[in-house]
Design a binder for this molecule. Structure first.
Ligand code: SF4
Length: 555
């Protein structure tokens, strides 16, 4: 057979089609010239500053009722005044993802009242309680961000509700929305023996200067702040946190953390490595919010939190931009704060630095009523105190109690459902709003949480370890799923008869504020580990018993 000695010529490669170099897709960052909205939320904010909706509520919607509300105001701008439509009763979690927003909501609202730093006077507490009873069907949950959250609010009542709240210095301004939300603060600011510097003046200054300020009312997403001397707020889960630190040369001031946030893609805040004196906290805060406004990502809502920018830039670049472009000066390097073995929740009776006492008490999963709060105000006054604080763990404190009256206070709090000596279960369990009122929910949380606590108190009354159990009604992390000993993320699971039922995915072993030495961590998401909601109490009981049987000494 003849064989060609000439090898076949390989085919000439096709010449590549000349293409213009691909430009990186913009993230909608204003500072890089992207001013055209890239999604519907950005469009709503650009079309009209959301703060402007207050006038329309007072002048138009309060008179015209629910049906008169422009949908873009209803599901967009209302949030800047603390208002969300609430979930229509009777819609199961399986339909959450398939129904249109208007099919999920009824004509009532959830209303969030910001209580910055959790600080309430007796007058304020009484007004909060009265509004609950008159306008909110006696609802007044304490949220894990120190807000009060009402349900069943009608738009017609908003002008009167604002009038009453504002008459005692409370507000709903920017309680929700893409703006600076409530500022978390230590519930014992100004009274704790261990506190070297009370951050309250900085917290108040931030609220006074910047809440309701249109320079910061259009951020890419919500912006969360925490300011405390002690580790008694979930500071690493905030966009910015100021945590007390004693500088060897400059004295007490604050260490700054940026870029924390849970929800999907959870990230813990990172230290900038700077030391900031109390008087400069508001300026540094405004600089960081400015970076977020100008450089924050505005293309995809689920990549818009500050944490994504911090992750992409790194803290060195972030600090450099802050110093050069926003503050015009360099910040002092600072030491890392000493972190305790676990976060402090202040439950029980404790001495204040002025010799009086504060008493921390627990409702169950933050659920309280206006009636309860009104009775609380009477009890507090009768014990010589005029101040109450809400905590970011859905609990409350009574300050300034004469030491000889603490026993009587503890007993009276108990009669109104607030336990200063709660079981480990009541103390450590938190729950988000869930399917009762939240349009995004898949499962019930508050009632499940109450049932869980009752069952565990009955079956494991003497459980002697600290334990945190956080119930969330959907993959969002409003009750901080990932940082609990037992984090429960609501979802549909397959029940015993093969049908889909309410249940939870389980995260185990998370912790904020140092759980592992000086490093906080997220719970391990155990993919296969799910429980139906009905089986939850048994499931937690089994876990707890196994833990008791196998824990090592000192654990
Ligand atoms: Fe609603 Fe989900 Fe947040 Fe719970 S975690 S309040 S269900 S969005």
């Amino acid at each position: 057979m003849a064989v060609s000695s000439t090898p076949a010529r390989p085919e000439a490669p096709t010449a590549p089609v000349a293409r213009a170099p691909r430009r990186p897709r913009g993230e909608g960052q204003w500072a890089l010239g992207h001013r055209e909205p890239l999604n519907a939320n950005e469009r709503i904010k650009k079309d009209d500053d959301p703060l402007n909706v207050r006038a329309r509520i007072e002048n138009i919607y309060a008179h015209g009722g629910f049906a008169s509300i422009d949908p873009q105001d209803l599901r967009g701008r209302f949030r800047w005044w603390g208002l969300y439509t609430q979930r229509k009763a009777g819609i199961d979690g399986g339909r959450t993802a398939v129904l249109e927003p208007h099919e999920l909501e009824d004509e009532f609202f959830m209303l969030r009242v910001r209580v910055d730093g959790g600080q309430l006077t007796l007058d304020q507490l009484r007004v909060v309680a009265d509004i609950s009873r008159e306008f909110a069907r006696d609802t007044a949950d304490i949220t894990d961000r120190q807000n009060i959250q009402y349900h069943w609010i009608r738009v017609e009542d908003m002008p009167e509700i604002w009038r009453r709240l504002e008459s005692v210095g409370l507000q709903t301004t920017e309680a929700c929305g893409d703006c600076p939300r409530i500022v978390l603060g230590s519930p014992v600011a100004g009274v704790a023996e261990a506190e070297l510097l009370d951050p309250t003046p900085a917290l108040e200054e931030i609220v006074r200067r910047y809440v309701g300020d249109k320079r910061f009312s259009n951020l890419p997403r919500k912006f969360k702040t925490s300011i405390s001397w002690l580790v008694d707020t979930p500071y690493e889960a905030n966009d910015i946190a100021f945590l007390g630190v004693d500088h060897p040369e400059h004295g007490p001031g604050f260490d700054v953390w940026v870029g924390g946030g849970l929800s999907t893609n959870p990230m813990l805040a990172k230290r900038l490595g700077v030391w900031v004196p109390l008087t400069e906290v508001p300026d540094v805060w405004a600089g960081v919010v400015g970076i977020f406004r100008d450089y924050g990502y505005r293309r995809l809502r689920n990549r818009a939190r500050l944490k994504f920018l911090v992750a992409d830039w790194g803290v060195e670049k972030f600090r450099e931009v802050l110093e050069k472009e926003y503050l015009g000066r360099t910040l002092l390097d600072g030491p890392a704060p000493e972190l305790p073995a676990k976060p402090v929740d202040h439950i029980g009776v404790h001495r204040q630095r002025d010799g009086r006492a504060y008493v921390g008490a627990a409702p169950v999963v933050g659920r309280v009523s206006g009636t309860q709060l009104a009775r609380l105000a009477d009890v507090v006054e009768a014990h010589g105190s005029g101040r109450v604080r809400l905590t970011p763990y859905q609990k409350l404190l009574v300050l300034d109690v004469p030491p000889e009256r603490t026993g009587s206070l503890v007993a009276e709090l108990s009669t109104i459902g607030l336990e200063a000596r709660p079981s480990a279960w009541r103390r450590g369990t938190m729950a988000c709003t869930g399917i009762e009122f939240c349009k995004l929910a898949i499962v019930e949380t508050k009632a499940r949480g109450e049932e869980l606590v009752a069952r565990l108190e009955e079956r494991l009354r003497d459980f002697d370890a600290d334990i945190s159990i956080h119930l969330n009604g959907c993959p969002n992390a409003c009750a901080r799923t990932q940082v609990a000993d037992i984090g429960l993320k609501g979802q549909l699971v397959v029940g015993p008869d093969g049908r889909q039922v309410e249940g939870f995915q389980v995260h185990l072993g998370g912790g904020l504020g140092m759980a592992q030495g000086q490093t906080a961590g997220f719970g391990r998401k155990l993919r296969g580990l799910k429980t139906t909601a009905d089986e939850l109490p048994e499931y937690v009981e089994r876990l707890a018993r196994r833990y008791l049987a196998s824990r090592t000494e000192g654990e």
